[in-house]
Design a protein around this ligand. Sequence first.
Ligand code: NAI
Ligand code: MG
Length: 351
Amino acid sequence: KTYRIAVIPGDGIGKEVVPAAIDVLNKVALLDGRFQFEWTTFPWGCDYYLETGSMMPENGIEILKQYDQIFLGAVGMPELVPDHISLWGLLIKIRREMQQSINVRPAKLLQGLPSPLRQPNGFDFIVVRENSEGEYAESGGRIHSGQDEIAIQNAIFTRKGTERAMRYAFELAKARRQHVTSATKSNGITYSMPFWDEVFSEIGKEYEDVGKTSNHIDALADFLVMKPDNFDVIVASNLFGDILTDLGGAIMGSIGIAPAANINTEGVFPSMFEPVHGSAPDIAGRGIANPIGQIWTGKMMLDFLGYEEAGTHILNSIESTLTQGIKTPDLGGTATLREVTDAVLQYLESV
Ligand code: NAI
Ligand code: MG
């Protein structure tokens, strides 16, 4: 089977890590034999904006809808284009218009990678982040000026969107270690978070065998550092999930290895696979970005397409590479992006 994938490398290190991950996915496809990829690259992003005045063409979404899935690097060149323009003009626009309402972000202690926390038991959890509303709703405004100025940002939680996130988390937990933790803040946020808690408990009744815990986001941030092995699936609103998953990257050793998938749960539109990290302008163009986040993101795409075995080979090859000490500088090593990628390719061949 051939999958047609729209590729958007985007900006900064996105342009470096995406080709590396495509090399790995092509290799896995070749070795597996049951599937292959047909990649179509779109040069959309901040350079495109500086030339044309928009982040993607007007019919960009229509173009993307013709593909099976989307593989994206990162978006943002904050020194040249303000982030709210670049992100909302491409990344968030795709998430919203393709109704990719769930963002799945695993965090796991990999072999060969001592966690900065030296967790004796390791950890392996997945954050299910609501991806379409919540604190990132486009509702609010600014009124008055000077000393009287007021900025208002409304968080919007719909029953449909909240139930969808909860169900996704419980379904995922059923196939894992049977536990869901809800990230809340109903002691401080008086309308949306009590509603979030209610929906968690209502949907939870449909899943009798799955354990349930509710933690306030501040305590949860503490627990993820101090005892991350306590967690299986965590369900969180858009903002809380965003923050917890950078934390997930940090306790894995680097945000450069954290993967993510933006899922259109209805399967009407393509889903989009893009790592947690951004365009890292501070290290872009030097060939030293860590490609593992993008490669692991490619594994998530394989899992989504139903080739979990092939995905497991990728993760094993990543772990073998790390175990050999082949690491980019963000993990304390001296290897380049290319050296890490070549090592992963080599391990793939040897299994
Ligand atoms: P960032 O994730 O790009 O970088 C944060 C820090 O982590 C930097 O020190 C960077 O060097 C390091 N880092 C990130 N990925 C790495 C990798 N693969 N290998 C080694 N080191 C890595 O976040 P930052 O600096 O806040 O944002 C930079 C730009 O990216 C901004 O324009 C921001 O809006 C955008 N951004 C885009 C995202 C996306 O496209 N999904 C997500 C987050 C930020
Ligand atoms: Mg983020």
